[in-house]
Design a protein around this ligand. Structure first.
Ligand SMILES: C[C@@]1(CC(=O)O)c2cc3[nH]c(cc4nc(cc5[nH]c(cc(n2)[C@H]1CCC(=O)O)[C@@](C)(CC(=O)O)[C@@H]5CCC(=O)O)C(CC(=O)O)=C4CCC(=O)O)c(CCC(=O)O)c3CC(=O)O
Ligand SMILES: NC(=O)C1=CN([C@@H]2O[C@H](COP(=O)(O)OP(=O)(O)OC[C@H]3O[C@@H](n4cnc5c(N)ncnc54)[C@H](O)[C@@H]3O)[C@@H](O)[C@H]2O)C=CC1
Length: 199
């Protein structure tokens, strides 16, 4: 399996079947900035906003324009969805038989620009969830702040430090755990200034 971060902003994602699994995949796609089309005849689903809900039984036309497809209905319907997606050259996630699809989803922790993703390649989704929970408590929101400062300072380093070796040394030193301790103790602005003072 090849881990990859897809930019889904503005892309259309189709979710066929908006039950427990489909709504989880819908949430993940919405959080990634995708436009989501959910196809499920049930009108009383609890789906996140903003999405387009087509209250019809699945037909192949529903996949039109999609970048990714999630097949989350019954196994029989999912088999058709996978075949139709492949016919149209669209990547599909098959919830009921993952091996039939093109990709699976990891359990994810997001802290601003930091993304931690856990996969067991289907061996145990429950273990993936447990590990995600452990990471969630270990990697708190301060990591979002650290990553934000690093992005800013890195831009400055790339623009101002011409020597390649010095550049590497600096960027590596800003990722040292000691900065995390300082960030907790001294706050954002003090750390930003202290890093800039190293340039
Ligand atoms: C292969 C994969 C395909 C895919 O869907 O992409 C897949 C497949 C299946 N999952 C099943 C069951 C459960 N799935 C979860 C939870 C999650 N499942 C997710 C991903 C994946 N699930 C992909 C592989 C991930 C990997 O292991 O690397 C997570 C990580 C992400 C997400 O779905 O968004 C999300 C955790 C999110 C979080 O909490 O962070 C739980 C636990 C719970 O809900 O608490 C259970 C019940 C306990 C259990 O079974 O372990 C079954 C039915 C088995 C049956 O018949 O009973 C199948 C089908 C099959 O195995 O054939
Ligand atoms: N990947 C995963 O994490 C997991 C996968 N599964 C599999 O995922 C699938 C969905 O599971 P749940 O969400 O728990 O089931 P669910 O019963 O909550 O949802 C299925 C939805 O599909 C809809 N549906 C049925 N026929 C349809 C059709 N012809 N067109 C459009 N929509 C249709 C139903 O109205 C329902 O809302 C199952 O096949 C199950 O085996 C189950 C648990 C976890």
């Amino acid at each position: 399996m090849f881990p990859i971060l897809l930019d889904l902003r503005g892309k259309l994602v189709c979710v066929i079947g908006g039950g427990a699994v489909g709504s989880r995949k819908t949430r993940a796609a919405v959080d990634a900035g995708a436009s989501v089309r959910v196809v499920d005849p049930q009108v009383t689903l609890s789906l996140p906003d903003p999405i387009t809900h087509i209250t019809e039984l699945y037909r192949a036309e529903h996949l039109e324009g999609a970048t990714l497809v999630f097949a989350c209905a019954t196994p029989e319907v999912n088999t058709r969805v996978v075949a139709d997606a492949h016919q149209h050259g669209i990547w599909v996630n098959a919830a009921s038989s993952p091996d039939a699809g093109d990709f699976t989803l990891p359990a994810v922790v997001r802290r601003g620009g930091l993304t931690l993703a856990v996969s067991t390649e289907g061996a145990s989704p429950a273990l993936a969830r447990r590990i995600r929970e452990k990471l969630e408590s270990e990697f708190d929101n301060i990591f979002a702040v650290w990553v934000q400062i690093l992005a800013e300072v890195r831009t400055e380093v790339l623009a101002t430090v011409a020597d390649e070796v010095r550049r590497r040394e600096l960027l590596d030193s800003f990722a040292d755990w000691s900065w995390l301790t300082r960030l907790r103790a001294e706050g954002t602005e003090a750390v930003r200034q202290a890093m800039r003072a190293c340039l």
